[in-house]
Design a protein around this ligand. Structure first.
Ligand code: FES
Ligand SMILES: [Fe+2]
Length: 426
C-alpha cells in the first residue's frame, strides 16, 4: 500500500524533463548498509566471510577492512591465523605494524602481545608481578582456513554456523585453488545483483562490447530462475541450430555465487561441466567491495598459481579508461550504477526477475536476523556437502515448429537439467 502511494507520487516522465527529475533519493539502507549494528550488517555477520588469501599472509600482518571494521590478519610463527581489531587495546596503534611471534603478535609501540583469540599475553613495560594483562583483551574473531582462503566469523559467538561445504569444492579431476581477488568502489549488493542477471552476458559481454567470451554468448537466452536448497539459480538457455545450450549458475546467500568458465562454444552436444569459479563479494564498507575467488582447475590446463590468481577480463580497473569506455565490462557496468545503486530510481523489467528474487532472499534474511532467528543459508548438516547446480550442458534438441513453441521448449529443457536433486521451493 505504502509502495503504491510512493509510486503514484513519482513525477510522470515527459520529454526534456530532466529538471523535474534531478533529485536522487537515498539508497535502500536496509539492504546496503553493512556496518556494525545495521540490519544488513548484522545479517552478513551471521556467515563465514573470506578476509584474506593465505598466500598474502607473509611475515608482516595484513591490514583489511571488512563490514566497516578495521582489522588485521596475521599468521603467527607457530602457524596460527589471527583476525584482530586493528587498533591496539593499549593506546590504539595499528597492529599492521605489529610483529608476529611464535605465539600471537606484538604491538610495535609498547610491545604488548596478543594471542589469536585476543588474550593479552604480555605488557612488558609494567612492573614485575603486574596483573594488568589478565584484564586486557584485544577484539578478535574466530577463523577458518579452507583451500588457501582465510575466513572469519564476525557475528555473535553463540550463533556461529557450521562452515558450509558446497559440492562444487570437490570436482573429480580438478584441483580447488585460490584464485583472484579484486575490488570495486561500490556497494556489495549491486556486485551480487550481477550474478543473477544472465541477460547481461549477451549485451555487456557480446553485443555492446564485441565478443568478450564466445560468439555463442551473443544469442539472447531464454531466461528462468528458481529457488534451490542452497539459494537460487538462473537458467540461461540458448538455441544454437539443432542444439540447446543450458548455462546454470548458483547464488548462495548472502554473497556467494559460482559459475563455469565463459568458454562454451556450444558447437557439439556435451555432458555437464561443473563450476570452476566460486566467488564471494565481501563488503569492505558501504561503498567498497572485494571479490575473493576459488577456482576448480584441471591440471591438464597447465596453469600456474599466478595465472589462476589473475582476475578475469574486465573484472577489475586494470584497463585504461579510454579502453574501458569503448569496451566496457563487469567492473564498469557494476561500479557505475552509482556508488550505491538507488533502487527507487530503477525500472525493473522481466529480465530482472532474478535480481528481484536475490534481493528478496537477502531482505528475508535480514528480517529473520532482526527477529532473532537464524537466516537461510546458516543451517547445514555438519560434514554434508551442499548440493549446487552450476554447469554448462549442450543437448541435441531440434527446434519446435514456431518461435513461441521453441521458447517453451527451451524453458522445459532448462528446467529438466536441474530437475534432479532439487527440492521444490518455487
Ligand atoms: S599502543 Fe600498542 S602497546 Fe601501546
Ligand atoms: Fe559479467
Amino acid at each position: 500500500m505504502k509502495r503504491a502511494r510512493a509510486r503514484a507520487e513519482k513525477p510522470k516522465a515527459s520529454p526534456f524533463d530532466g529538471y523535474r527529475r534531478r533529485e536522487v533519493p537515498p539508497p535502500d539502507p536496509e539492504l546496503t548498509q553493512v556496518g556494525p549494528g545495521t540490519p544488513c550488517g548484522e545479517y552478513l555477520r551471521r556467515f563465514w566471510q573470506p578476509v584474506a588469501f593465505a598466500r598474502d599472509l607473509t611475515s608482516a600482518p595484513l591490514r583489511v577492512r571488512i563490514l566497516g571494521e578495521d582489522l588485521v590478519v596475521f599468521r603467527d610463527r607457530g602457524g596460527r591465523v589471527g583476525v584482530l581489531h586493528r587498533h591496539c587495546a593499549h593506546r590504539g596503534t595499528s597492529l599492521e605494524f605489529g610483529i608476529p611471534l611464535e605465539r600471537g603478535i606484538r604491538c610495535c609501540y609498547h610491545g604488548w602481545v596478543y594471542d589469536v583469540d585476543g588474550r593479552c599475553l604480555e605488557t612488558p613495560g609494567e612492573p614485575a608481578g603486574s596483573r594488568l594483562k589478565e584484564r586486557i583483551w584485544q577484539g578478535a574473531y574466530p577463523t577458518h582456513e579452507f583451500a588457501g582462503l582465510v575466513f572469519a566469523y564476525l557475528g555473535p559467538l553463540d550463533r556461529r554456523p557450521a562452515f558450509p561445504i558446497y559440492d562444487s569444492y570437490d570436482v573429480p579431476g580438478h584441483q580447488l585453488m585460490p584464485a583472484a581477488k579484486f575490488a570495486l568502489p561500490c556497494n556489495w549488493l549491486q556486485v551480487k545483483d550481477n550474478s543473477m542477471d544472465p541477460v547481461h552476458t549477451a549485451f555487456l559481454h557480446a553485443l555492446s562490447s564485441g565478443y568478450q567470451f564466445t560468439e555463442a554468448f551473443g544469442a539472447v537466452p531464454e531466461l528462468d530462475w528458481t529457488l534451490t536448497d542452497a539459494g537460487m539459480v538462473y537458467l540461461a538457455t540458448r538455441r544454437v541450430g539443432d542444439l540447446v545450450w543450458v548455462r546454470v549458475c548458483d547464488f548462495m546467500p548472502p554473497n556467494v555465487h559460482q559459475f563455469t568458465r565463459e568458454i562454451e562454444e556450444a558447437s557439439d552436444p556435451k555432458a555437464a561441466s561443473r563450476p570452476v569459479i566460486i566467488r564471494w563479494a565481501v563488503p569492505n564498507d558501504d561503498t567498497h567491495t572485494t571479490n575473493f575467488e576459488l577456482a576448480q582447475v584441471d591440471p591438464a590446463w597447465g596453469l600456474t598459481p599466478e595465472q589462476v590468481g589473475r582476475p578475469g577480463f574486465g573484472q577489475s580497473d586494470d584497463r585504461p579508461y579510454a579502453e574501458r569506455q569503448r569496451f566496457p565490462a563487469d567492473f564498469d557496468a557494476q561500479s557505475s550504477q552509482r556508488t550505491i545503486a538507488v533502487h527507487a530510481l530503477e525500472h525493473l523489467a522481466s529480465t530482472d526477475r532474478g535480481v528481484i528474487m536475490l534481493r528478496r532472499i537477502v531482505r528475508d534474511g535480514i528480517r529473520a536476523v532482526a527477529r532473532g532467528r537464524d537466516p537461510d543459508g546458516t543451517r547445514w548438516p555438519d560434514g554434508k556437502a551442499i548440493h549446487t547446480f552450476t554447469q554448462d550442458v549442450v543437448l541435441r534438441v531440434p527446434p519446435a515448429p514456431s518461435v513461441e513453441a521453441d521458447r517453451r521448449l527451451l524453458r522445459t529443457t532448462g528446467r529438466s537439467v536441474i530437475a534432479n536433486g532439487r527440492s521444490e521451493r518455487s
